[in-house]
Write a protein that binds this ligand. Structure first.
Ligand SMILES: [Mg+2]
Ligand SMILES: [Zn+2]
Length: 325
């Protein structure tokens, strides 16, 4: 973030320069960061941590499913399908890791396999941009800690996330990687019939909302694709946003009965669309804040340099993201 281009006539100004070039061929209108307030020599971004962005991981951040990737790439498909009718997914993945250990595969072998899983460059760029803007980024995923952290670290993204809420993992004394269910469904079942026994993402989102509300007024943006992302989508409020991957189960469920979701809905189907849509939603939230609170906002351009623009200009801009319920 830079602090050049200051307008000394207006006390309400700063500038943000996004260092990550958007990979989209379409010039992305990247209206960013309302109200960088000049207080003495320091510039404060009013939007900082005002927005909490919650990402699902599989088929949202990475293009595919990390469990499927390991099972396929490490030749466990046959055993996986043989055991699937008898075990929960989460226990089955733990069993697959046992199998790999029995075959003499190490956690490093698993890590090498995970590093090859495709992660679209625009999604890397979207995460880095949202982080640069000052959003509070979290992951809520039914994958596991080792898979997620290995992949994020490989792409230089791990430090962008404030919290990763997922099934914990550890390496036991024999060097075997083990997965523990996030919710202990035997001693304290979560009781939600929309979600698998080991994880209710709705409950997790409620906890994030509760901590966010003691921390000031926050807006949530939730991105996901699967059935497990429906429960948390139902917990979002009118001021929040949900970004379902189009033609995937979350998107289908929302569109089966749109009235049940209070948040604004923005579909996406490619990494490019995710990036553009997320940054537009963020910019709209911050622009609305700015319209209420300050004289000017900082905005856009296709080269990702942020420049000044009076709020009225953005208000009439055709680039406001389409929202539908
Ligand atoms: Mg998913
Ligand atoms: Zn649930």
């Amino acid at each position: 973030m830079g602090s050049e281009n200051l307008d000394s006539e207006h006390a309400v100004m700063g500038s943000i320069s996004l260092t990550h070039t958007l990979s989209s061929p379409i010039p992305v209108i990247l209206a960013v960061v309302a109200a960088a307030r000049c207080e003495g020599n320091r510039f404060h971004i009013a939007g900082m941590a005002r927005i909490v962005v919650i990402f699902d991981f599989d088929r949202t951040i990475i293009d595919g499913d990390s469990d499927n990737w390991v099972v396929t790439q490490m030749s466990l498909i046959q055993l996986f399908h043989q055991l699937l009718p008898t075990m929960s997914w989460n226990s089955l993945m733990n069993r697959m890791l046992e199998e790999l250990h029995l075959q003499g595969k190490t956690t490093e072998d698993i890590a090498q396999c995970l590093k090859r899983t495709p992660l679209p460059p625009p999604i890397i760029s979207a995460i880095k941009s949202a982080f640069s803007i000052g959003c509070d980024l979290r992951i809520v995923s039914d994958a596991n800690q080792f898979f997620i952290e290995t992949i994020l670290k490989h792409h230089g993204l791990l430090s962008c996330f404030k919290e990763i809420i997922t099934n914990p993992t550890f390496i036991d004394e024999e060097g075997r990687l083990r997965i523990i269910p996030y919710h202990d469904f035997r001693s304290s079942p979560h009781g939600c019939n929309l979600c698998p026994p080991n994880m209710c993402k709705g409950l997790i989102v409620e906890q994030i909302q509760a901590s966010a509300s003691t921390d000031g007024n926050k807006t949530l943006i939730y991105l996901g694709d699967g059935k497990g992302d429906y429960c948390p989508s139902l917990k979002l409020r009118e001021v929040d946003h949900v970004m379902p991957r189009e033609k995937f189960p979350l998107w289908e469920r929302i569109h089966d009965n749109p009235m049940l979701v209070k948040a604004k809905v923005h579909g996406w189907s490619s990494g490019e669309e995710l990036e553009m849509t997320l940054l537009r939603v963020i910019s709209t939230i911050l622009a609305n804040d700015c319209n209420a609170n300050c004289d000017y906002i900082l905005t856009d351009s296709s080269d990702c340099k942020v420049r000044y623009m009076p709020p009225a200009t953005l208000e009439s801009s055709p680039q406001t993201p389409p929202t539908h319920h």
